[in-house]
Design a protein around this ligand. Structure first.
Ligand SMILES: [Fe+2]
Ligand SMILES: [Fe+2]
Length: 286
């Protein structure tokens, strides 16, 4: 490998500025969620200000994952049937789908494959948390966005890979640390903050490849479940990979959470239909 320069803060901010806006409604959505006097109508009116989001949201709300008994045709119906927490999940999911480029630079991952992996991680993590009786209301979005840092670090990684050559047989987060001085977890946390995503998302993104280093205030249990779910998703073919780090999780993390191989098997068997329904709800950005 040739010599390459580590990433500077200026380079990160330059690339950050080049990314699409996550969702113009996120700031107001956070305020509405925190306001006990806000109504379903307030939520619906906010979402309707973004036509693309409205269309994507209705498609997702009708997918099997969100479990509505009847088809919804309007944002008002979706808000009242889903409730605030699920509504936020749907908005974040729909917004995320819109910022994924057709291919992730530096990794060569196609948008559909990236989506499939992230959706599967989100569904498996949510089901694993429920299976072991953990209260983790934001785990779906935390797991969905766990690899969002790849969108920011990708162009910087690609430039260095062009200069240094691609190392063989190394986990991508180790290559990132070698070439850039940081990994997609760290820059993902920066991105999640800029996108005003819940704290759980910032923590899971930051520590998903290094859960035993997650500080106490980050809910290490949630981070650990996302770590396991991401690896299990790859193991089950949700996200093709030849990256040796992708399919591995730390056995002690699973043991500490009371998650055994039989639990993973049971959860994955129950999740396949909902994963496919969300995979099918993906719409490439216009
Ligand atoms: Fe990752
Ligand atoms: Fe991942």
């Amino acid at each position: 490998m040739g010599t390459v320069a580590a990433v500077t803060n200026e380079e990160i901010y330059e690339n950050l500025a080049g990314l699409p806006v996550f969702s113009p409604v996120m700031k107001r959505l956070g305020k509405l969620q925190a306001d006990p006097n806000s109504t379903h109508r307030d939520f619906a009116e906010l979402i309707r200000t973004d036509v693309g989001l409205t269309v994507a949201l209705l498609k997702l709300a009708n997918s099997a994952y969100f479990g509505l008994r009847r088809a919804v045709g309007t944002v008002e119906q979706a808000v009242s049937l889903l409730g605030r927490q699920k509504m936020t999940e749907v908005v974040i999911t729909a917004s995320f789908a819109r910022v994924i480029p057709s291919e992730i630079p530096g990794y060569g991952i196609r948008a559909e494959e990236f989506w499939r992996h992230n959706v599967a991680t989100a569904v498996i993590a949510t089901a694993l948390a429920a299976h072991v009786g953990r209260e983790a209301p934001d785990i779906f979005t935390a797991a969905l966005l766990h690899d969002c840092g790849k969108l920011l670090i990708g162009p910087m990684l690609e430039a260095r890979l062009d200069a240094a050559g691609a190392p063989q047989g190394e986990a991508s987060y180790c290559v990132e640390r070698d070439l850039l001085g940081m990994d997609h977890g760290l820059v993902g946390a920066v991105l999640a903050r800029k996108w005003r995503l819940p704290y759980a998302t910032r923590w899971a993104t930051r520590w998903h490849h290094d859960p035993t280093s997650a500080p106490w205030f980050t809910d290490p249990g949630l981070v650990g479940i996302v770590h396991i779910a991401a690896a299990v998703a790859h193991q089950r073919g949700y996200g093709e990979t030849d990256d040796p780090g992708d399919c591995l999780y730390i056995p002690g993390v699973a043991e500490g959470l009371g998650i055994g191989a039989a639990d993973i098997e049971e959860v994955c068997a129950a999740c396949s239909e909902t994963i496919e329904s969300l995979v099918g709800a993906y719409q490439a950005p216009a």
